[in-house]
Design a protein around this ligand. Structure first.
Ligand SMILES: [Zn+2]
Length: 319
C-alpha cells in the first residue's frame, strides 16, 4: 500500500489517536470491543461449557478476581464500567429503565471516543442501558429483545446477530456488547443452576459469533476484545459486598495482549473504561477512578500512564 492511500484511510480520530498513543505508551488498537456477561460469576463460568471463552483466555490475559462496584447490581455497575467512575460520581443508583431520569450526568467512554472522532456502537439485552446513551455519542444502539414475543428465546443470540451484522458492515471503533441470559437464569433458577450453566454455554456460542465477525470484517489484527461482567450472584440474587457478588472476570484478547498471562494487578470495573480509551489513544479524563490494565499488554510494565492534565497515579510518566 502506498503512503497516500494509507493516509487516505485514516480517520481524524485515528490520526489524533496516533498522536495520543505516542504520548501514552499505549500499544494502540483501532477497535475495542467490551463484552459484558450479565451475572458472569467466575465460579459458575468455570463449571460451564465455554470453549470459546476458554480459548480466548489461553490466547490472552485474564484475571478471575476482578471487582465490580458496590452496589453490585446491573445498571450502577455497567455505568462504572462505561464511565470509569464509581457510583459516588455517576449517581446512577437505580436499576431499571426510567425514562424520566434521563441520561447519566458524567461523560461515558462513548462520549469521549466520539469527541476524538471514533465510531461507537452498543448492543444490549436490557433496555435500561438507554440511560448511558448521551445524545450524539452512540452511532448505533440496538436493544436486541425489543419487540420479542417469545420470552424463552436466547437473547444473547439475538444481540450477537445484530452486533455481528453491524461489525461486518461498519467496523466500529468502540463497541459494547451485553449478554444477559445468565443473569435472567440466575434470578429464576439460581446462580450455578443447570439452567444458568446452559445460559453460559449459549453466551459462549454468541461470543463465537462476535469473534467470527471481527475476523470476517478483516479487523482482527487491529482489535482488542475485553470480556467481563457486571456482578456475580448467590442463591437467586446479587447486590451485596461479598466476593460471590463482587468478583467478576476480566479477560483481554487481541492486539498486543500478552498470551497466557494471569493478570496479577488488581482490576476494578472502572478499569475497563480506562483501558478502552487508552487503547484507542483517547486521554483518560481527570477524575477517572479507573486506570488502564497496562500489564496485560506487551511492552508495558506498570500502571503509570498519562491522563489529561496529569497522571493516573501521580507517579509520573515512567512506562
Ligand atoms: Zn446484571
Amino acid at each position: 500500500m502506498n503512503m497516500c492511500s494509507f493516509v487516505g484511510r485514516l480517520t481524524i480520530g485515528s490520526m489524533l489517536g496516533m498522536m495520543a498513543l505516542a504520548a501514552s505508551g499505549s500499544p494502540g488498537a483501532d477497535h475495542v470491543f467490551i463484552i459484558s456477561i450479565d451475572g458472569g460469576k467466575p465460579a459458575v463460568i468455570a463449571q460451564s461449557d465455554m470453549p470459546v471463552l476458554k480459548q480466548l483466555v489461553e490466547e490472552g490475559a485474564c484475571t478471575w478476581t476482578a471487582s465490580t462496584i458496590y452496589p453490585s447490581v446491573t445498571l450502577p455497575s455497567h455505568t462504572s464500567m462505561l464511565t470509569g467512575v464509581g457510583p459516588d460520581k455517576h449517581h446512577v443508583l437505580w436499576n431499571s429503565w426510567k425514562p424520566r431520569k434521563g441520561v447519566v450526568g458524567v461523560p461515558t467512554i462513548f462520549a469521549e471516543a466520539k469527541r476524538a472522532g471514533f465510531s461507537t456502537a452498543m448492543f444490549v439485552g436490557k433496555e435500561k442501558f438507554r440511560h448511558l446513551v448521551q445524545p450524539g455519542t452512540v452511532d448505533e444502539f440496538e436493544f436486541g429483545p425489543a419487540g420479542l414475543k417469545k420470552p424463552s428465546t436466547v437473547i444473547s443470540r439475538i444481540v450477537a446477530e445484530g452486533a455481528a451484522r453491524y461489525i461486518l458492515e461498519h467496523k466500529p471503533n468502540l463497541c459494547f456488547i451485553h449478554f444477559t441470559d445468565p443473569d435472567n437464569a440466575g434470578h429464576k433458577y439460581g446462580w450455578g443452576s443447570p439452567q444458568q450453566i446452559k445460559a453460559f454455554s449459549e453466551v459462549d456460542a454468541a461470543l463465537a459469533e462476535i469473534v467470527k465477525a471481527i475476523e470476517a470484517a478483516g479487523i482482527r489484527q487491529e482489535s482488542v476484545v475485553i470480556i467481563t461482567a457486571d456482578h456475580g450472584g448467590h442463591g437467586k440474587t446479587h447486590g451485596g459486598k461479598t466476593p460471590a457478588d463482587m468478583q467478576i472476570p476480566w479477560v483481554a484478547w487481541g492486539k498486543s495482549v500478552k498470551r497466557g498471562l494471569t493478570i496479577t494487578e488488581p482490576v476494578m470495573t472502572c478499569d475497563t473504561a480506562a483501558t478502552a480509551l487508552w487503547l484507542l489513544g483517547v486521554p483518560v479524563p481527570k477524575g477517572f477512578d479507573g486506570k488502564p490494565v497496562t500489564s496485560a499488554f506487551t511492552g508495558q510494565r506498570d500502571q503509570s500512564v498519562p491522563v489529561a492534565g496529569g497522571t493516573a497515579d501521580g507517579t509520573g510518566l515512567d512506562q
